[in-house]
Design a protein around this ligand. Structure first.
Ligand code: NAD
Ligand code: 0WE
Length: 256
């Protein structure tokens, strides 16, 4: 008997086996959920397909969230294959590399729009398509955010602004979808070495800084985000919606 036996989950944001979305997938699968995956581009398909097939997933679809047609096709297929949906995981972010290196004040109009589109608006678009499939089943949606939305983290820049919009969207989506019995939440994760963190200047120093100051005196790993995601998306989280839950070894509570 698993906590999620018979539940159907759509996972957006696996790039490889170090992705936070993959750790969440493993946690949901271990409790009996059936999963569908999307990938952004052919290069990532080569990584995602073997991982998905390894846990028995049959639905593996392209979805660049900047393309409305691709989003529509995913949900059309999910409706055909499953007839409904219980869980949606959004673990997607992107900003131009130069916008994570130059001063925030230099952010171009295009760079701002891109980060907002991929990292914040995509949650709204996916939620709009997922909601009709979740009606009457008590669905749950979850996204991933970072403390750079609340406090200045040098170089996080336009991503911090996009995450602030994402977190506010979680609250507005929770208000819209709550009457249908659909919950919408975010996990604010501490820094984890993933593809999205590779090439970030001084990431090692940042991990060290956090582990010295966080109450638990350590960093977190993706499996801990997976366990929290399982809790939030399962019956155990049934009264939690519109929430941003920090999974960060306590780092964000500190004032010094
Ligand atoms: P990751 O690189 O494994 O995942 C990021 C995903 O975003 C990739 O799968 C990539 O394909 C996808 N993506 C980018 N542009 C896309 C587009 N146009 N369409 C569809 N997908 C697109 O890295 P991760 O660290 O697992 O990131 C997952 C989420 O976790 C992100 O929202 C990130 O902001 C958040 N997060 C990460 C950390 C960290 O330190 N790694 C901390 C807190 C929050
Ligand atoms: O959300 C993120 C990373 C998001 C991200 C990463 C990249 C790198 C490659 C978005 N866009 C891109 N674009 C690229 O071209 N994190 C929470 C991880 C992260 O990124 C940082 C961090 C942390 C932590 C950037 C600066 C400072 C800290």
């Amino acid at each position: 008997m698993g906590l999620l036996d018979g539940k159907k989950a759509a996972i957006f944001g696996v790039a490889n086996d170090r992705s936070i979305a993959w750790a969440i997938s493993e946690a949901l699968h271990a409790e009996g959920a059936e999963l569908a995956f999307t990938f952004a581009g052919e290069i990532l398909e080569k990584r995602v397909r073997p991982l998905a097939e390894g846990i028995g997933s049959r639905i593996i679809l392209p979805c660049d969230v900047t393309k409305d047609e691709e989003i529509e096709k995913v949900f059309t297929r999910l409706k055909q294959e499953w007839g409904g949906l219980d869980i949606m995981i959004h673990a997607i972010a992107f900003a131009n590399k130069e916008d994570l290196a130059n001063p925030y004040v230099q952010t171009s109009r295009h760079g701002f729009h891109l980060a907002m589109d991929v990292s914040a608006y995509s949650m709204v678009a996916l939620a709009r398509h997922a909601a009709p499939l979740m009606e009457g089943r008590g669905g749950s949606m979850l996204t991933l955010t970072y403390m750079g939305s609340e406090k200045v983290i040098p170089n996080y820049n336009v991503m911090g602004v996009a995450k602030a919009a994402l977190e506010a969207s979680v609250r507005y989506l929770a208000h819209d979808l709550g009457p249908k019995g659909i919950r919408v939440n975010a996990i604010s994760a501490g820094p984890i070495r993933t593809l999205a963190a590779s090439g970030i200047a001084d990431f090692k120093e940042m991990l060290h800084h956090v582990s010295e100051r966080a109450p638990l005196k350590r960093n977190i790993d993706a499996t801990e985000v997976g366990k929290t995601a399982l809790f939030l998306c399962s019956e155990w989280g049934s009264a939690i919606t519109g929430e941003v839950l920090h999974v960060d070894a306590g780092y964000s509570i500190m004032g010094k």
